[in-house]
Write a protein that binds this ligand. Structure first.
Ligand SMILES: C[S@@+](CC[C@H](N)C(=O)[O-])C[C@H]1O[C@@H](n2cnc3c(N)ncnc32)[C@H](O)[C@@H]1O
Length: 666
């Protein structure tokens, strides 16, 4: 059990999707902006995208700003005022209905020092004006030059704080990043994701900067798209010319575009429909185009249709809304006493108990049938909580047609009140209830089947191994443990949001702590691999009837190599588990084998202190340790990366000696 949310949120498909309209920048002038706004409103758009400045403003490039040092002094003293003719957006009228764009001549990494300086001065003047007006947003241009974007990153990082309430999006073409295509497109410099990544890295994980991703007629591979799912893609730009026309004459997207747009819809972006023409109606010209004269924009209608017709959220999604990409501390059911609402949440899981019931039934059928005079089959549910696994065991016994005697052992005094009520009202003599820690309980007899659910998102992180080591001394020599084993899985992952959220705590301890998270905006850089396993009963390390002398047999070490074909930013490690309850009856949260519909466990996230750039086709090594002393268990981890056989990154060891996070044994 690993999650602790308490509320179920509303159905996400009912939310309003924001859609903006972006005509060609060179056709919008101060004089037609009001008409454009009125047109957008009539057509049902939530905002229009307009250039902030008129072409006239380019004059600043030719202005003599004097020596740089003098200019920098001017900056600090105050900013220049725009002249009205410099601006398309001249007043605050409709400011919250307008997203501004900046002129193309602003090249922050131009080879020409004068262009660089003027672009920077202009940006500060623009941000100051945008902030004064309270514009809805500003969209930053994707640089046409192939220079590295270090100066762009610096200028932006230093200026973002000027935008108190305005959102800021970096416009990026969603192109295939294969080198061949880049050479074709004369883009030998950095790839689009990498260019964004370098800007974002400079701005820092907590910056408000988002991505406006512009789709084109041809879409990149799934691997390239997948990288964007881990980024703060706040806007999807859909040019009108990527739409096809259906036989009713209405715009529609190709199947693959639909699929991609639907995948992004889950991340709740804003959409922008970009057009290569200014609507004739804005030019006060007659339009015989039915689509233009119609009431709402057919493009916006189509996006709303895609939004409305998303797959209805499944059971997991319904539970997860509001918890997606939200960091939660893993539960510690051994050290702490769980609350009633936490038990109630888990008891709603439709799959977990079904699997347990099946496992107990199969195990019962495999036990020899007690003959006349022999005792009946004994099932012990250890860590019984409020009793659902006792119910599963009783139902399984009915289905297997076996007489059973059930023990329910629980150490949480509050949950024990509930199981006392269950015994009085439902179970009667069939169940013996015991208030005890399973590790020290002196059982009156031995069990045929030991049933427990002490699993965390990483399998062993709620100390199932330590608890079951103690409990197995009252399991018969040929007795069965359900679960029989559990395996932890790890994968390198990208998630800008999760890393930013951990960074926001601004301390080492949070960077060396694991979190239970319902993943959403993440990208796995390689498929998960098993790192270690625990088997029960563990007769090899703990002889029959003996208490373990130390916990050293529960130490684990794993070093796993992954080849990351697509590369990306590594922000941490995703952890999962698979468990064999009995024979082929499984529970899994590993994505490739996930038990359908099971929501009791979200994955676990181990952050890394500094995000690491992983070049495509490099080798990522994840080193993990599960360590223990007499009072606690903890994980230590490190990541490293090799490219062309050379180690290009090695993180420090995280959580040395459990200094930042551990799991209490008492
Ligand atoms: C994850 S909950 C599972 C509860 C219930 N069996 C279910 O599946 O809904 C684990 C339960 O084990 C109990 N527990 C943990 N360690 C224990 C121990 N050493 N002895 C007895 N109970 C323990 C906790 O208090 C908690 O009620």
């Amino acid at each position: 059990m690993a999650i602790s949310f308490k509320t179920i949120q509303t159905n996400m498909s009912m939310e309003h999707v924001q859609i903006g309209f972006m005509p060609p920048a060179d056709r919008i002038i101060a004089e037609n902006l009001a008409q454009l706004v009125a047109f957008g409103q009539t057509k049902g758009f939530d905002f229009v995208v307009s250039p902030l400045n008129s072409p006239e403003y380019e004059r600043v490039l030719f202005k003599d700003h004097g020596p740089q040092s003098l200019e920098l002094a001017t900056w600090r003293a105050g900013l220049e005022a725009f002249r009205p003719e410099d601006l398309v957006v001249r007043t605050a009228d409709h400011a919250d209905y307008i997203v501004g764009t900046l002129p193309d001549w602003q090249e922050f990494d131009s080879k020409d020092a004068k262009v660089r300086l003027h672009s920077e001065l202009a940006l500060r003047q623009q941000f100051n004006w945008i902030s004064h007006l309270g514009l809805g947003g500003v969209m930053l241009p994707y640089p046409s030059s192939t220079e590295p974007l270090s100066n762009y990153g610096r200028v932006l990082t230093g200026s973002l704080a000027m935008l108190a309430y305005t959102t800021c999006w970096f416009r990026v073409p969603c192109m295939d990043d294969t080198l061949e295509q880049m050479v074709d497109e004369d883009m030998q410099g950095m790839k689009s994701w990498e260019r964004w990544n370098s800007i974002r890295n400079m701005a820092g994980p907590e910056s408000k900067l988002g991505v406006a991703l512009e789709l084109a007629g041809s879409l990149p591979s799934d691997a390239v798209l997948d990288r964007w799912f881990a980024e703060p893609v706040k806007v999807i730009i859909l040019p009108e010319d990527i739409f096809l026309t259906n036989n009713m004459g209405y715009p529609v997207l190709s199947k693959r575009h639909q699929q991609v747009v639907r995948s992004f819809i889950k991340h709740k972006p804003t959409f922008i429909i970009s057009s290569s023409q200014l609507p004739k109606l804005v030019m006060n010209e007659f339009s015989d185009d039915a689509l233009e004269r119609g009431l709402s924009s057919p493009y916006a209608d189509y996006v709303r249709y895609l939004h409305r017709t998303q797959d209805a959220p499944g059971v997991i999604d319904q539970f997860a809304v509001g918890y997606q990409d939200y960091l939660q501390a893993p539960l510690q059911p051994l050290q702490d006493n769980l609350e009633s609402s936490t038990y109630a949440t888990f008891e709603k899981d439709p799959i977990k108990y079904q699997q347990y019931e099946l496992a107990v039934e199969r195990a019962l059928l495999d036990r020899p049938i007690p003959t006349e005079g022999e005792d009946i089959t004994v099932i012990m549910v250890v860590g019984a909580g409020r009793g659902p696994l006792v119910n599963c065991s009783l139902r399984a016994a009915e289905r297997a047609k076996r007489n059973v005697r059930v023990y329910a052992v629980e150490k949480n005094p509050n949950a024990f009140v509930t199981i006392q009520n269950m015994k009085a009202s439902l179970w009667g003599d069939r169940v013996t209830i015991v208030f005890a820690d399973m590790r020290t309980w002196k059982a009156p007899e031995k069990a045929d089947i030991l049933v427990s659910e002490l699993l965390g998102s990483f399998g062993d992180n709620e100390l199932s191994p330590e608890c079951l080591d103690g409990a197995q001394k009252f399991l018969k020599p040929d007795g069965i443990s359900i679960p029989a084993n559990y395996t932890a899985f790890v994968a390198p992952m990208a998630s800008n949001k999760l890393h930013a959220d951990v960074s926001a705590f601004k301390d080492l301890a949070h960077m060396e702590t694991s979190y239970v998270v319902m993943f959403k905006a993440i990208s796995l850089l390689a498929q998960p691999k098993p790192i270690w396993v625990f088997e029960h009963p563990n007769r090899q390390d703990i002889p029959l009837d003996k208490d373990p002398l130390s916990n050293h047999h529960n130490i684990r070490t794993g070093s796993i190599e992954f080849v990351s074909e697509k590369g990306g930013m590594l922000h941490g490690v995703a952890g999962y588990f698979e468990s064999v309850l009995y024979k082929d009856v499984m529970l899994s949260i590993n994505p490739s084998t996930h038990s359908p519909g099971m929501f009791s466990w979200f994955p676990i996230f181990f952050p890394v202190r500094t995000p690491v750039y992983i070049p495509p086709n490099s080798t990522v090594v994840l080193d993990f340790w599960r360590l223990t002393d007499t009072r606690k268990v903890w994980y230590e981890w490190r990541v490293s990366c090799r490219f062309d056989g050379v180690e290009i990154h090695a993180s420090p060891l995280h959580n040395v000696g459990g200094r930042s996070s551990s799991i209490g044994l008492f």
